[in-house]
Each structure stands twice: as C-alpha cells, then as structure tokens.
Ligand binder design. Structure first.
Ligand code: GLA
Ligand code: GLA
Length: 684
C-alpha cells in the first residue's frame, strides 16, 4: 500500500479538491440526440453537478474504422460542459472494443474456464493479456490524451472502466503464456512451484514450464495452489493493463491526475485492490446498495474499507445508483431518504466526490432499467428532486473536503486472500462465507456503538487497541509474527473459526488447527464440525450456533474458557477462549470456534468490553441506532451520524449542523430523520 502523500495528487492539487465537493455522474451523451445535451447541461446546473465521467463506452464512435478518428462530437460535448462550468473526468474509452476490432482480431476475445469464447455484443470482451488488444487500446489512449491534453475542462483521467469486472478470468492461450511468466517470476524454479502447489498429489508434478495451464475446467477438484496463484495472477494482469494506459497518460499529460474505478464491494471478490493503490493518483470506487435490511450497514462496511485502502485520505465515489440497479434478481428502488443517506455515508467515510451511474437513464441497451439521475419519467420526478436536494447539501459540505478519516481504536481486518481461499471448493462446508462473517462482526460492533475501521490486512495494526479478524483463514508466517507482536505489545486480538488454517499456498499448517495461530491462542483443534442445514447447537451462555463448530481438544493452562458447548457431541468442550499475553503488556487473544451470529458476536464483544476500554460504546451511537463516522481536520472534526433505523433518533451531540436530514432540537440534541444522516462540525 502506498502511504506516501506524494502519490495523492487528489489532496495536493487544487484541481480536483479540496475546496468543493465533487458531484456528478457517468455521462453518455452519445446515446442521445444533440438537443438533449442542452437540457442535460441545464439540469446538471440545476442539480449542482460539477463533474462528469465521459466517453467510457465511446470507442466505436471515436474510432469508427481502424485508425480513423472522429473526435468532433466529443469536442462539442466537452466544450458545452466547459461553457457550463462542468469539468470532465475523461475516460480512455478502452473498456468496450468496437465490433471491427473483434472481427479483425478474434484472438482478443476472452475464453471462459471451459473454453467458451466471450463474443462481442455486450462489453469488456477482451483478454487482459492480449498483446494485440493492448496495442489498439494504447493507440486510442494516446490519441485522446494528445487531443485533450490542454482542454481546460479535463481534470482527471478515467482509465478504462471497472477493470476486470467481466473479463478478469480469461483462460485463453494468451493467459496461459502470461501466467507462466508470472509464475517464473514468483518461483524461479519448477521445484519451488511443485512444492508450493503440492503437485505430488494426483500426479500433477511439472517437468517443463509449458506444461502449466490456467486452472481450466477439469474432471474434478482442481489444484488449490494453482487456483490461488491464478487468482493473484489475474488481479495482477488486469493491473498491468492499468499500468500500461497509465504510462501513456503520464507521458502525454503528466499534470493530469489518473484514476480507475475500483469495485470494493460484496459482489466483487477477486481483485486485490490494496495492491493497486500505488497505481492511481487518487482512489475511486463504485458501490451498489444491497437491497434489504443489511444494505445500509453493508454500504458502510465497504465504504469504510475503501477509505482505509486509500490510507485514510479522501477518495472519489465514482459510481453508485440513484435508485434501482437492473442486475440483481429483484431490483427495488431506493426508499425515501436513501439517496441522500447513501451519499453522505460515503462522504463520512472519506469520499470528496459523489457520482452516479448514470446521468440520464438509457432508453435502449442492456441497462435501460437501471436508474439514472434523470429517470425515464424526466426531471419532474422523485429521484431528480432528491438529486437536486443532495446537490445543495454537498455544496454545504465543501468545508469537509480534504479532511481525513479519524482513526478508530478498533480495527476489523479484511483479507482478500482469506476471502478467496476460504470460499474454495472441497472444504469441510460451503458456508459460512467470509464476506458475510466479516460483515456480521462489523454489524455487531455497530450494534454496541463501537466505532471501527475496516482495514486491509497489510495495514499497520499497531495503530489499534483491538483487532477483530474473523475467519482469517490464510496466515503466512509473516502475518503470524505481526499478530503475535500485536498481542505482545498490548493489543487485543479477536479471531474466529477456520482461521490460521493454511499458509500462503493454501497448504495446511500441521499439528492441529488453528495452525499458524495455535501458539498465540493456546488451543488445539482436532476436527472441524460443520453442521447440516437446519441443525443448531447451543453454548452454555445460551448463544445459538449454526453452520459451523469445532472440537477444541486442548487448551493451555493459561487460557480462560469464556463459553462452552452445551449438549450434543461437543458437550462440555470449550467454544470461546481467551489467552492473555505472557508479557506484562496486557494484551490478549480471543478465539470463537463457532458461527454464533450477530447477537452472539455482540455478546462476546460486550463481555470483552469489561476490561478493554476501546470496546466501550460511543455515546453518539445512541445504543447502536447510529453509525458514528468521523473525519478530522486541523481545527476539529466532522461527525457523520447515520441513522441505522427507520425511526427518528435523537442524539445528544454538540456542534454546528452542516447538512443532512436532521434538525437541532436544542443546543445539545440532534433529531435525525428515519434513514437520515446528520453532519456536525465540532471544534477541537
Ligand atoms: C458498473 C459499470 C457501469 C454500469 C453500472 C451499473 O458500475 O461501471 O458502467 O454498468 O455498473 O450498475
Ligand atoms: C474416491 C477416489 C479416491 C478419493 C476418494 C475421496 O474413492 O478413488 O482417490 O478421491 O474418492 O472420497
């Protein structure tokens, strides 16, 4: 992770911020007749839109025939936007290659795990490792950069779009070649690779590099080490494309900041974004609300992680939806209040820009039922009225820009590789899932009113008093040492079942689970005891267990058992344990061997709070009804109080009310509307 300020021109330069909150959308004027553009800019001004992402899917119109450019229409749009005070985050337009390219070079088309070709007709039908695609994409990137280098509306480059969203896993021959090069860099020798992948198993031993393939469809269970390395390789291969476009832009327009929209979200598991931070000038992210009861907390979780991937610095919310999406099984519209709530929650977690997909809802094409800021019904609509209201609130939030996340005392670790590996096939059970488990602990902490940072596993844990690392499945030796040092230094670690089990090659640590964490926790587990659907077990405290339990066969003498299994085959066995550090530092390591759900997790935390002050409730959290999110600047803090409920919540809080669906009841009481967020400025 980059931690050096100089990599963040977002903060350093005046062009993007700070000073005013950015507000806008993906803008796709090429889908509309010319006269609509005039209405677009008029409505943008009405809403307070000051930036749009342009040209994301325009390749076929910009280069209608190989090497023939048509920039006229784009010139006109950019000039029109500029004349209306709207800046441009200009796409390199490489996300969706034109039909002629696939016709001329079908070898750019990706292949799925079973060899199926992904044909043109939607988007992102290109192999990340195709040298042919790369050449055409870089030519377009250069042409755009040269043409618009000096245009005053150009304030940022938008490299490709959601890299790897549909084409991350390509199993083609290009991918096979690039995978081998990547493996040679990682392992140097085939002996090392054979050892790492455990290829003595099922006659998988390799004698020549070119025997190695991507983990294509196979008769049965594929090699776990090979799968893990292919996941790492695929994430890196897409990042290589980012780097290639980046290099062209750096050469032609060195002064213009560059970004690409990450997808730090529950439905995109496969890209190791913390390793991409050094390749962008500012982090931007796309997030789509999960419908249903957990949606708000889920948004807060991923937005929190995004802010910490950005190192606590401001970041750019590049896309979210004004209302419904069109790609889930059921796509309800946002409920009243949610449009503003979602935007302000992201701002609390560090966003200095609030942008949507997309400006005007499409009339045709695969996304015609996806909401836009201007819906099919037109501007006289609930969504557009909310859009205008949000625009005025964002203007009031200008002072917030440039401020950073205020560090919490508690960290919740999010580890991409544990996400990938714990969800692998051929495990003791298919559930629970890593993302559900980490979200569950986040929610339990919010329920207790504890402010928490969701941090990538590489973050400096020494900054925290408590580290919660649910299902930390992959623990290489170096991570074991970091966690051990954290506890020895006085930190409190809480981890849960299926943690510490494998090393960085998905090979099991021997001697009993939780493997790498056995000594730190002082327990030995002999067997996982996953449970059948509908089965439950109980702990002595009354906590109910579903899906997963474990047989802790031994605990060291200095381990305190906080809860036992009661009844069933595990009756009387330890279920939740805590070992205090042998050092005088006062640290401890707690292990939860079962899937105990959100109330169970909250109970564990409540119990630990007895002697861990960092787990005490924040008074502003109103007994868990409010998610307290804080940004800090030199003179004070901006406190975002997000109402987690559908009822009004009253919070005793001082400070100036800057924005939000909230009112000041008295000098020290704020009334926050159902699904509202109050933004307060506090001095000191
Ligand atoms: C992604 C893409 C957009 C659009 C939205 C729809 O974020 O980047 O182009 O497809 O999804 O939700
Ligand atoms: C079959 C195979 C074995 C092994 C077992 C696992 O019996 O012959 O090699 O894979 O299944 O249950």
């Amino acid at each position: 992770m980059a931690t050096d300020d100089t990599t963040y021109r977002w903060v350093k330069d005046g062009a993007l911020g700070p000073g005013r909150m950015r507000y806008g959308a993906d803008y796709n004027p090429e889908q509309w007749p010319r006269e609509v553009w005039d209405e677009d800019v008029r409505l943008m001004r009405e809403a307070g839109v000051n930036i749009v992402s342009l040209g994301i899917f325009s390749w076929a119109l910009l280069e209608p025939r190989p090497g023939e450019w048509d920039f006229g229409w784009l010139d006109e749009v950019i000039d029109l936007l500029h004349a209306n005070g709207i800046d441009v985050d200009l796409a390199t337009a490489t996300a969706s290659p034109p039909p002629w390219l696939a016709k001329r070079h079908p070898e750019i088309l990706p292949q799925t795990i079973d060899g199926t070709t992904l044909w043109p007709g939607s988007r992102q039908h290109w192999r990340p490792t195709s040298p042919v695609f790369r050449e055409y994409a870089l030519r377009l990137t250069r042409a755009l950069a040269e043409r618009y280098a000096d245009h005053p509306a150009l304030v940022a480059w938008h490299i490709s779009n959601e890299l790897g969203c549909h084409n991350l896993y390509d199993f083609s021959d290009d991918a096979a070649r690039a995978f081998r090069v990547w493996l040679q860099e990682r392992y140097t020798t085939l002996d090392a690779l054979n050892e790492a992948w455990g290829t003595a198993f099922w006659s998988q031993h390799y004698e020549e590099w070119d025997e190695i393939l991507p983990p294509r469809a196979a008769p049965t269970q594929r090699n776990p080490g090979q799968q893990l390395d292919f996941e790492r390789f695929s994430s890196d291969a897409v990042r290589d494309h980012l780097r290639a476009e980046n290099a062209v832009l750096a050469e032609v327009t060195p002064g213009i900041p560059r970004t690409t929209n990450f997808m730090v979200a529950q439905n995109v598991r496969d890209i190791d974004y913390p390793s991409w931070v050094g390749d962008v000038d500012f982090v931007s992210n796309d997030h789509y609300l999960r419908p249903g009861e957990l949606g708000r907390d889920d948004l807060s979780f991923w937005s929190n992680l995004t802010g910490n991937i950005a190192g606590g610095r401001p970041w750019f919310l590049m896309e979210h939806a004004p209302s419904a999406v069109n790609w889930r099984a059921v796509n309800p519209p946002k409920r009243p209040g949610e449009l503003v709530r979602d935007a302000l929650t992201h701002v609390g977690h560090g966003a200095d820009a609030v942008c949507y997909f997309q400006w005007r809802q499409s009339r045709a094409g695969g996304e015609r039922y996806h909401s836009g800021m201007v819906p099919h019904a037109g501007a006289d609509s609930r969504v557009f009225r909310d859009v205008v209201d949000l625009g005025s609130q964002l203007r009031d939030l200008a002072p917030v820009t440039g401020s950073r996340r205020e560090r919490a005392r508690v960290a919740l670790v999010f580890d991409y590789e544990s996400w990938w590996v714990s969800g692998r096939d051929s495990h003791p059970a298919e559930s629970p899932a890593y993302d559900d488990e980490t979200l569950l602990w986040y929610r339990a902490l919010l329920d207790l009113g504890v402010r928490v940072d969701v941090v990538p596993v590489a973050a400096d844990l020494a900054d925290y008093e408590v580290v919660v690392a649910p299902m930390l499945h992959v623990v290489p030796a170096a991570l074991r040492e970091r966690l051990t040092a954290f506890v020895a230094g006085g930190g409190h670690l809480v981890t849960t079942y299926f943690s510490g089990v494998v090393d960085e090659n998905d090979r099991v640590w021997l001697g009993g689970y939780p493997g790498a964490l056995r000594d730190l926790l002082g327990i030995t587990i002999e067997e996982f005891v996953p449970m059948l659907p509908g089965e439950t077990a109980s702990l002595a405290s009354g906590t109910v267990v579903r899906d997963w339990s474990e047989r802790i066969a031994r605990v060291e003498p200095d381990v305190e058992v906080l809860d036992f299994y009661a009844g069933g085959d595990l009756d009387g066995a330890p279920a939740i344990t805590r070992r205090r550090s042998a050092h005088d530092s006062g640290g401890s390591a707690t292990y939860v061997s079962a899937a105990i759900g959100r109330p169970g997790a909250a109970d564990v935390m409540r119990r630990l709070a007895g002697d861990i002050p960092a787990l005490a409730a924040d008074a502003l959290a109103a007994d868990g009804d409010v998610d307290v999110i804080v940004r800090r600047h030199e003179g004070g803090r901006y406190v975002f109080l997000a109402n987690r409920t559908d009822d009004e919540v009253v919070v005793a809080a001082a400070g100036d009310l800057l924005a939000g669906a909230a009112e000041r009841g008295s000098a020290d009481a704020v009334m926050i509307a159902p699904r509202g967020v109050a933004v307060l400025a506090q001095e000191g």
